[in-house]
Each structure stands twice: as C-alpha cells, then as structure tokens.
Design a binder for this molecule. Structure first.
Ligand code: GLA
Length: 380
C-alpha cells in the first residue's frame, strides 16, 4: 500500500517545504504480445492500479536529490554529472533527466522523493513506472510541452541508454498511454495506438495476476540474446524486422539454425495472436481471448524458451483449476502469470497454485486481481 503521507513528510524533511506536486505512473500487465515490440510488431498491454508516485519540486542549485521510501535514501547528483551506465535504483530517475536533456529539454535540479507498490522484478514494469513518473514530474516542474508518445520514448531512452537494458517500447508506452478499463493496442513500428475496451467485470470475468516470486532482470544476457537472434534472423531473411515476415513457412524454410527457427516462429505467430486479440476484444466476449493466451504461453515455453518451471506450473495449475486462459506476462525467466477467470474464481485459483507450489517445493507466490487502470499523470 502506498503511504502518501509518509512520502510528503519525507519530502518536507528534505526540502523544508511542501512538494510542488505529486505525479504517478503505473506498472503494467501485458495481455498479449511478448517480445514483439523490438521486432517492430504489436502489443496489447493494460496498466495496473499499482504505481510509482513521486513528490517533486525544483531546486535552483543544479542538484538532483533522489529518495525512495523503499529502495534507498538521499542520493545527490549534480545535473551536469549524469553518467550513462550508472548502477542503482536511482538510475531509473537520473536516466530520465539525462534523456530529457539529450532530447534538448531544459531541465535543472530537482528533489524527487519516490514510493512505489509495483512489485520489483516481477515482470510488471516496476522500472517503467519509475521512469514514466519521473517524466511526468519533470515535464510539469519545468513546463515542458511533450506529448504522451514522446514521453514514453524518452522513458525508453533512459532504460536503454542510461540503465543499459535493451528493451522495446512496450512498458513505457503502457505506463504512459493506457486508459482505465481499456487495453492499449500499439503498433511498435508506426506507433499508432488504439484503446480497446476490456470490460472484464461487466462480462463476468476477473484477471488474476500471480507473482511466482522467481525474480528476473533485463540487464542480464538472455533478453539481449533473444533480441540479437531476432535481428540476425531478420537480416538473413532480408527484411527490416521480423514484423515483415508474411509467409512463415517460406521464411522458416530459409533458416537452417533450429534456435533461429523457433524464435522466428514465436515472434511471427505472437504478432498474429495480438492482431486476433485486438479484433476479438473490439467485437466479442472476452472469453474468446482465452485460447490466444494459452497459445501465447505455449509459444513462449516451446519456441522462445523464456519460461521457467515455476511459471509453467502456475499456468498449468491455473488451467487445471478452471482458468479460461493463462500465460506468463512480461519479459520472462520468472515473474508473473495472468489468468482470465470467471468472476469469483480468481482467489481460489490463486490458492490452488500456491498449494501446487508448496507440493513442488517452490516458494510461496503472491496473487491479486487487476482491472485496467489509467496511465501516468498528476495526482495532486
Ligand atoms: C520487457 C521489455 C519490453 C518487452 C517485454 C517482452 O518487459 O521491457 O520491452 O520486450 O519484456 O514482451
């Protein structure tokens, strides 16, 4: 639970005055479209009602002061000394200041005191929440006129160039652009978006999010390796990106590397699933999405090879317990699964997964239900 009184109190203790405002940005769940973003493909995430909140105010001494109620206390850095590659939790905020300045925006010193209830390392974009909340804060503090897609891109530059994680735009776009009760369809090449209604409660469904507590990170090698294989495959196939593969069988017959075949098959079929999900969500009962969620999981498990035993057990148990569809969400190698369930069943299914984990000797998972929440903005 977020403690905004504690946040403001810590700000007052630092600055001797009230913050100029409070800004927030949420974590996200990706409904479908995994590892498609950096292949110029399609994604369909929605924002969580878990978020990073920043109490912010300008300083006139050119210093940045970062505080996180959860992660660490008072790091001081002069704006002129921001250095890409700096490690630590504050690099997600510092990186945004750096990226804004690189983009030509006149940003100076600031006090940035943060709190967040987005679970860390769970594949729910805790880092994008921090980055996007920082963009929102600094844009208002320094009167910058930056449209929402540009904000997402700046947050991504912070992640890629400053923090050093070679991710796509999915997380930052979701955290910035999502709307309540809607999913965000994003074409990662054209950057066209459409807000798709996801009336889960209205149609009698719930979305369970279960954190397997198997931590993951994108700064390590596996994510980058997947990305490099996709780029190499696109080059071999003579297309700008795997998004441009239109005849899967023909493409696969041109590849002799088994790993590359699998990676390409995942990306191409996952893009197709996102497009189907996009159509269905616009016109049909949401339960029709369920087979797509299942197929996406199988593809991540067998072709992209980014699931782990805890995640697979969670998905299999969810299905055996009556979930309509289930899949891992996020970058992989741990983190969370989502399961579409009938209303009133999510809690029991979460408990069934916890029991299965216990039996298998895995640690205790954490679970909750979610409804699509709004993207970044000003709280107060
Ligand atoms: C992480 C990255 C995203 C995306 C997903 C996989 O969340 O930050 O850019 O690639 O993994 O879909």
């Amino acid at each position: 639970m977020l403690d905004l009184d504690a946040l403001k109190a810590r700000y007052r203790e630092l600055a001797g005055e009230e913050p100029e405002g409070l800004w927030f940005a949420p974590g996200r769940v990706n409904l479908i479209g995994e590892h498609t973003d950096y292949n110029d493909g399609f994604v369909l995430p929605f924002a969580l009602d878990k978020m990073a909140v920043i109490a912010g105010g300008r300083r006139d001494d050119d210093q940045l002061v970062f505080i996180s109620l959860e992660l660490g206390d008072e790091i001081w850095t002069p704006v002129s000394e921001l250095e890409p590659g700096t490690q630590g939790w504050h690099s997600y905020l510092a990186g945004v200041v750096w990226a804004l300045r690189e983009a030509g925006h006149d940003v100076g010193g600031a006090n940035l005191v943060m709190t967040s209830d987005v679970p860390l390392g769970a594949g729910l974009s805790s880092s994008a929440a921090i980055e996007c909340a920082t963009v929102a804060t600094l844009a208002d503090l320094y009167g910058l006129d930056i449209d929402p897609m540009e904000r997402a891109k700046i947050a991504r530059v912070a992640e890629n160039a400053y923090v050093g994680a070679p991710t796509g735009l999915l997380d930052q776009a979701a955290s910035t652009l999502c709307q309540a009760d809607h999913g965000l369809f994003l074409d990662c090449r054209t950057l066209e978006t459409e807000h798709v209604p996801l009336p889960m409660a209205e149609q009698g469904y719930e979305m369970l999010v279960l954190d397997t507590k198997t931590p993951h990170s994108h700064v390590d090698g596996e994510y980058g390796t997947r990305r490099a294989t996709c780029e190499a495959a696109a080059e071999k196939l003579g297309v700008p990106a795997l998004r441009d593969v239109t005849d899967l069988d023909a493409a696969l017959s041109q590849l002799d590397d088994e790993t590359m075949v699998k990676r390409v098959r995942h990306v191409v079929t996952e893009n197709e699933r996102v497009l189907k999900a996009f159509d269905l969500a616009r016109t049909a009962d949401l339960s029709e999405l369920a087979p797509l969620l299942d197929a996406s999981h199988a593809s991540m498990r067998d072709d992209y090879e980014i699931t782990v035993p805890t995640v697979d057990l969670a998905v299999d148990t969810a299905k055996a317990s009556g979930a309509l569809g289930a899949r891992m969400t996020g970058g992989g190698f741990g983190g969370c699964i989502i399961a579409l369930t009938r209303a009133g069943e999510a809690e029991r299914i979460g408990q069934d997964i916890a029991d299965a984990f216990d039996e298998a000797g895995f640690g205790e998972p954490v679970w909750f239900t979610v409804t699509p929440a709004p993207g970044a903005g000003r709280l107060a």
